[in-house]
Design a protein around this ligand. Structure first.
Ligand code: MG
Ligand code: MG
Length: 622
C-alpha cells in the first residue's frame, strides 16, 4: 500500500508542506484546494515541485456540491467539473475527488445521483481520469459510505469508484461489513484519520479533533481488517484536521504521520493475519518489563546536595564508573546513575537542562530487536562514545533530547552494572523503597500526541483516556501509557502538557529549558515507615494543607488515628472500589523535579483526585 498525506495535515505554505512531506518519506500527496489557491504559482509549478521532491499528486480535493443539482443548475455543475479536470490535468493527477453535497439546493433520490455520476464518469473517461465519491458524515443526503457505494454501483461506470474515509465511517459507528464485499478495484482512495471519542457535531469534531492513527479512540484495526479482506492495495492517505498540528512543526507532524501509517500497517498485519502489501517488516512491539535505571545529569556544584538527598531517601552508593565521573546508587530494585562527567551526552544535557533526568533505561526481552523496530518506525537510534571494555547500551533519542536505553537479559547488557562500574561496599539501611512505580514526563501541549505515538507504536502498551487536572494556573492534560497486566505493570508513564503558561507544568518546561521528566514515583510496601525514615533523615516533604485531612475524614472511612498519621507524614490517600493508594512527595528541587513515594493495594490509578491538591501545594511552596 502506498502511503500518502493530505497537505491540510501540516503547517506552513504549500512549498513547506510538500518539503516536509517528502522529508518524512512519503511518495504521494493529496493537495488541498485552499493550499493551491494560496500558492503564488501555477498548477504546473506545483507539479514540478512535487516531481522534484519525488511526490505523486493523488488528487486536488475536494470537489464540492456536485450531485443532485436541480435541472437548471446541473449544466453549470458539470462545467465546474470540466474546469476541475483541466486543473487535475495540469497537476498531473487523474482523480477527481467528489465529497457528498452540502448544498441546500441538492435534491435527493438515489437514481438521480447515480445518473449524475454515470455522466461524470463518462466525461472523466474521455480524459483518462477517474471520479472518487466520499460520503461526508454531515452531508445533506449522503452521509453514509454504504449509500455512496450504492450510488457508485448504480452509476455502473468503471471510472467511478468509492473513497473511504475512516473518520466519516467510524465517527458514525457504521457497520463495516459492506466494505468486505466491495471489489478492491472500485475503491479509489482510502483516507485515514483517528479521533478521540467525543460528543460533538460531526463537522467540528472532524475539523478540529482528527488525529493520527493510534492517537485517538477509533477502531482502525477493525476498519483495516475489513479493508484488507478486499485485497485493497491502493493509496492509504492521511487526512487530519487538528488544531495542535496546525500549530506544530510541519516536519514533525509529517514524520509522525508516516510513523503512524507504518505502525497501522504493521498492527493490521499482526492483528488480522492478512498479508499487508508493502508493510515494513519489523520485530513485534516490545513488552517493557520495568525501569532498569534512571540516569541523572548532575551539575558538579549540585552533586553534594543531590547525593545527600539520595542517601536520605535510603539509597546506597554501590558502584563507581570505570572511566567516567559517574556513580551508581541502589535501593531495592531501583538503580540511579548520577552522572557528573564533564564530557559526553549527560554533560551537554545538564548544560541545557540543569540537573535533571537525562536518560531512562527500560528492560525489554530483546534490546536489539527493540532498536530495529524503532528504526523501522523512523525513530532515531543514538550511539555515544564508549570506553574500552564498556558496554554500548542501545539507545534512542527520547523526550526533550533525553535518551531511552534498552537492556535485556539475553545479551551482555544484563551485566551492565558490573561491567561498567567498580563495586563499592556500602552498608546503608534503606527506606523500604522497592521499585520504580511510574515516570512522569512534562512537555509542551503540542508535543503530547507525538510522544504518545512514539511510546505506543514502539511498545506493547496502551493509553488510558486523557484527563484534565486543575492547577492553580490553568488546566494540565494528563495521559497515561501502561504496559503489562494489573499486578505486573512493566511500564507506567504519565505524560503531562498544558496550554496555559501559568501552570506548574508549563513553568517546568520553561524554567527547565524544555520538556523532560518532572517526577519519578518510587514504590514502597510500607509508605508510613518509608516517609518517617526519610523525614528523620532530613528529606523535606511537600506540606499538604490541613483542610485536605479534614475533608478526608468526611469522605473516607479511615479512622481518626489513621488520618492523624497520614497528616503527620504529609501522605495523600485515595481508594477505588476497595483498592487503596497512598502517595507523598518530596519538596521540588531547583528546576522543578521531585520524587513521589507511593504504596498500592490493588489500586491501578495515579491518585488523580489528589493531583489538584498536590499542584496547589507545590504552587504555594514555590
Ligand atoms: Mg475525507
Ligand atoms: Mg505521580
Amino acid at each position: 500500500m502506498r502511503t500518502s498525506i493530505a497537505t491540510v495535515c501540516v503547517s506552513g505554505n504549500l512549498r513547506e508542506k510538500l518539503e516536509a512531506t517528502a522529508a518524512a518519506g512519503f511518495s504521494a500527496v493529496e493537495i488541498f484546494e485552499n493550499d493551491l489557491i494560496a500558492f503564488p504559482g501555477s498548477p504546473a509549478d506545483v507539479r514540478r515541485i512535487c516531481a522534484d521532491l519525488g511526490l505523486s499528486i493523488i488528487t486536488c480535493q475536494p470537489f464540492r456540491d456536485f450531485e443532485g443539482m436541480p435541472p437548471e443548475r446541473r449544466q453549470r455543475t458539470f462545467d465546474r467539473a470540466e474546469r476541475k479536470f483541466d486543473l487535475l490535468a495540469e497537476l498531473g493527477s487523474d482523480l477527481l475527488f467528489v465529497c457528498s453535497s452540502l448544498s441546500p439546493e441538492a435534491l435527493g433520490g438515489i437514481d438521480r445521483l447515480a445518473a449524475d455520476f454515470a455522466e461524470l464518469g463518462q466525461r472523466a473517461a474521455q480524459r483518462k481520469m477517474r471520479v472518487g465519491y466520499e460520503a461526508l458524515s454531515w452531508a445533506r443526503h449522503i452521509d453514509d459510505y454504504r449509500d455512496a457505494w450504492e450510488i457508485v454501483r448504480r452509476a455502473n461506470h468503471p471510472a467511478v469508484g468509492a473513497v473511504l474515509d475512516t473518520f466519516h465511517i467510524l465517527s458514525r459507528g457504521l457497520d463495516l461489513s459492506v466494505i468486505r464485499s466491495m471489489p478492491k478495484d472500485r475503491i479509489f482512495l482510502v483516507q485515514v484519520a483517528d479521533a478521540p471519542k467525543l460528543q460533538m457535531d460531526y463537522l467540528s469534531w472532524s475539523r478540529h479533533w482528527r488525529c493520527l492513527p493510534g492517537q485517538g479512540d477509533f477502531d482502525l484495526a477493525g476498519f483495516m481488517d475489513a479493508l484488507l479482506t478486499t485485497g485493497y492495495d491502493g493509496d492509504l492517505s492521511l487526512e487530519i484536521f487538528n488544531d495542535r498540528f496546525r500549530a506544530g512543526s510541519a516536519r514533525s507532524v509529517a514524520l509522525d504521520g508516516h510513523r503512524s501509517l507504518i505502525w497501522l500497517l504493521d498492527e493490521s498485519s499482526r492483528r488480522s493475519g492478512h498479508l499487508v502489501p508493502r508493510a515494513t517488516p519489523m520485530p513485534p512491539p516490545a513488552p517493557v518489563s520495568g525501569v532498569e535505571f534512571i540516569e541523572f545529569a548532575v551539575y558538579e556544584g549540585d552533586r553534594p546536595g543531590f547525593e545527600a538527598l539520595l542517601t536520605a531517601l535510603g539509597f546506597a552508593k554501590t558502584g563507581i564508573h570505570r572511566s567516567k565521573d559517574v556513580s551508581l546508587w541502589r535501593q531495592g530494585a531501583i538503580r540511579i546513575v548520577v552522572n557528573s562527567d564533564t564530557d559526553g551526552f549527560a554533560h551537554s544535557y545538564q548544560i541545557t537542562h540543569g540537573t535533571s533526568v537525562c536518560a531512562l533505561a527500560l528492560k525489554v526481552p530483546d534490546a536489539a530487536a527493540t532498536i530495529a523496530r524503532a528504526a523501522a518506525l523512523l525513530d532515531v537510534p543514538h550511539s555515544g562514545p564508549v570506553g574500552e571494555g564498556e558496554l554500548d547500551i542501545p539507545a534512542l533519542r527520547g523526550l526533550g533530547g533525553s535518551l531511552l536505553y534498552f537492556v535485556d537479559d539475553g545479551s551482555a547488557l544484563k551485566d551492565w552494572s558490573s561491567v561498567d562500574f567498580v563495586p563499592v561496599d556500602a552498608q546503608v539501611e534503606g527506606a523500604g523503597l522497592t521499585s520504580v512505580d511510574h515516570v512522569s514526563q512534562t512537555m509542551q501541549y503540542e508535543e503530547m500526541l507525538t510522544w504518545l505515538l512514539f511510546y505506543t507504536s514502539l511498545f506493547e502498551a496502551r493509553k488510558t483516556p486523557s484527563q484534565a487536572v486543575l492547577d492553580p494556573g490553568g488546566v494540565v492534560q494528563s495521559q497515561v501509557i501502561e504496559s503489562g497486566v494489573s499486578d505486573a505493570r512493566g511500564l507506567r508513564l504519565v505524560l503531562n502538557g498544558s496550554q496555559s503558561h501559568r501552570t506548574l507544568s508549563a513553568r517546568f518546561v520553561t524554567d527547565f529549558f524544555g520538556s523532560g521528566v518532572q517526577h519519578i514515583a518510587l514504590a514502597s510496601d510500607d509508605i508510613r515507615r518509608s516517609v518517617a525514615r526519610m523525614t528523620a533523615a532530613g528529606v523535606r516533604m511537600l506540606a499538604i494543607p490541613e483542610n485536605y485531612y479534614d475533608d478526608l475524614q468526611a469522605r473516607s472511612d479511615l479512622s481518626e488515628s489513621e488520618i492523624a498519621e497520614l497528616k503527620a507524614l504529609n501522605i495523600l490517600y485515595d481508594r477505588d472500589a476497595g483498592a487503596q493508594f497512598w502517595q507523598a512527595y518530596t519538596a521540588t528541587l531547583d528546576g522543578g523535579f521531585f520524587f513521589e513515594i507511593v504504596q498500592r493495594s490493588g489500586y491501578q490509578g495515579y491518585g488523580a483526585p489528589n493531583a489538584g491538591i498536590r499542584l496547589a501545594a507545590q504552587a504555594r511552596s514555590q
